[in-house]
Design a protein around this ligand. Structure first.
Ligand code: SAH
Length: 466
């Protein structure tokens, strides 16, 4: 280990930053998150130096000196120094002076002559995580950081602040360090933290206070919750941080056919999994039973994850599920997901809107009852509009012919995106009059999304995945 990570109090200290580069501005920004003052020294007072001052917007705490860094005055009452000049020679000279004066120095991009390096910081004050690759491979630092980020919701700091207020009470109420640890583990990883993260701080406080009042009781609490989570179109990297966090903490998971295997692998190994997936016209578990199962498990005190492909509120019947929960008084949260239209559009290089081609986009269900055309076709046939059909593969021929009958150009471009955003993504392109023939002898795999509109022609230029 070349560097010892320390959390260094800079309260009342003064830090010298030399140079008025963009790097200097970044360092000053981080330094000002602590309670220190900054002296910015530049030989010449450039526009950039002034800009840093204006941007930091903290005249009280940042002072600018145009003295040469060789001047004793510059170093008066300095506890830490940063050399961020664009001039290599200047930086080396500063490092030397700092060492003579026994002041720890960081030289930007020169770990070899630095006493300390700036880590990458995740600030959830009072909780702070800092990651460093000892100046060697900053990209690794970023990777580790994003993993940590995903596990530390933004309200983590708020949770710590609230919990902190009850520390003494818990210490007085619970005997033994192990029992206290269990108490905090249960709440910091349970409903209390979840309430804070979902912005219900008052409920969180109530819960913690009643848990403290009731410290002697060891009975498991009976208040489960349902998380209705959008799992996105397939690529697990398209999950939101919130989705990932709830996936990891659920006790039981009810998932759909559309949820991809790599996403299911993120579920805790000891969590129970139930496939309620719906094959088209072969519903494994009818919707009413799913609604009832959610209520049943939540009432058993479980954290129930209802994982749905894409976004739960777009052709996902998510609304019906939480309606039942609301009627039964079960608490729930809804986490949006990237809907198939967004995922397929991005991964196939077909923007859904474009200033020249399309000013609106319409999401339509292509699940046509008994092959009948009960869609408002005349409304769908508009210039400068993109149509996205979900569940439209079976009805493709009907969709194309109905649009043509209602006046859409026969050469209107159309794309089918099969298994969008996954490794198996395939895109079939044609026009309203040709697409049915084009796929006649192909086995287009479900799920498939249909995009119709002039924007499809942009794909030639914009496709980036294949
Ligand atoms: N709630 C989901 C949609 C469910 S309806 C969402 O927001 O995406 C199911 C339809 O979504 C499928 O028939 C298909 O048209 C589309 N779909 C879902 N995932 C897809 C994917 N990875 N690639 C292509 N289409 C997809």
């Amino acid at each position: 280990m070349d560097f010892l990570p320390l959390f260094f109090s800079l309260k009342g200290s003064r830090v010298l930053v030399v140079g008025d580069s963009a790097a200097a501005a970044r360092k000053i920004e981080v330094l000002l998150k602590t309670k220190c003052k900054v002296r910015l020294a530049t030989d010449t007072l450039t526009d950039q130096g002034l800009k840093i001052l204006v941007e930091t917007n903290d005249i009280e705490r940042v002072s600018l000196t145009a003295e040469s860094p060789n001047n004793d005055l510059v170093w008066g009452r300095i506890s830490l120094a940063v050399a961020a000049s664009e001039d290599k020679v200047v930086n080396e000279a500063i490092a030397k002076t700092a060492k003579q004066r026994n002041i720890p120095i960081n030289v930007v991009n020169r770990v070899d002559i630095s006493d300390f390096v700036f880590p990458s910081i995740i600030d959830r004050s009072p909780v702070i995580a800092a990651v460093s690759s000892s100046g060697e491979l900053p990209i690794l630092t970023r990777l580790v950081r994003s993993r940590l980020e995903a596990n530390l919701p933004h309200a983590f700091g708020r949770m710590a602040m609230i919990a902190k207020k009850y520390r003494q009470q818990v210490r007085e109420g619970v005997d033994g360090i192990n029992a206290r640890r269990r108490f905090w583990e249960k709440h910091l990883e349970g409903k209390f933290s979840e309430l804070v993260f979902s912005g219900k701080e008052e409920d969180a406080v109530d819960l913690l206070e009643s848990a403290i009042e009731d410290l002697s009781s060891t009975a498991p609490s009976n208040d489960g919750e349902v998380y209705l989570v959008g799992a996105g179109p397939g690529d697990p990297d398209l999950l939101t941080f919130k989705a990932l966090r709830l996936i990891r903490q659920a006790d039981i998971v009810l998932y759909d056919r559309l949820v991809s295997e790599p996403i299911l692998e993120l579920v805790r190994h000891d969590a129970e999994r139930i496939n309620v997936g719906k094959e088209r016209s072969n519903h494994l578990v009818p919707q009413e039973s799913i609604n009832e199962l959610l209520v049943k498990y939540a009432k058993q005190g479980k954290r129930v994850l209802r994982l749905k492909g894409g976004d739960p509120f777009i052709f996902g019947r998510g609304g019906e599920e939480i309606e039942t929960l609301a009627e039964e008084g079960v608490s729930f949260q809804v986490v949006p997901g990237i809907t198939a239209a967004s995922g397929c559009s991005a991964y196939s290089g077909i923007p859904l809107t474009h200033r020249d081609y399309s000013q609106s986009v319409r999401f339509v269900t292509g699940h046509l009852k008994n092959d009948t055309c009960d869609l408002p076709w005349h409304e769908l046939v508009q210039e400068n509009q993109t149509l996205v059909f979900y569940m439209g593969l079976t009805g493709l021929a009907t969709i194309c012919s109905s649009l043509i009958e209602n006046g859409m150009r026969t050469d209107k471009p159309i794309a089918l995106v099969s298994k969008g955003t996954t490794r198996h993504q395939k895109v079939y392109e044609g026009t309203l009059s040709t697409i049915v023939d084009i796929i006649k002898n192909q086995k287009v795999a479900a799920p498939t999304l249909i995009i119709i509109g002039d924007v499809v022609s942009l794909r030639d230029k914009l496709k980036w995945l294949e």
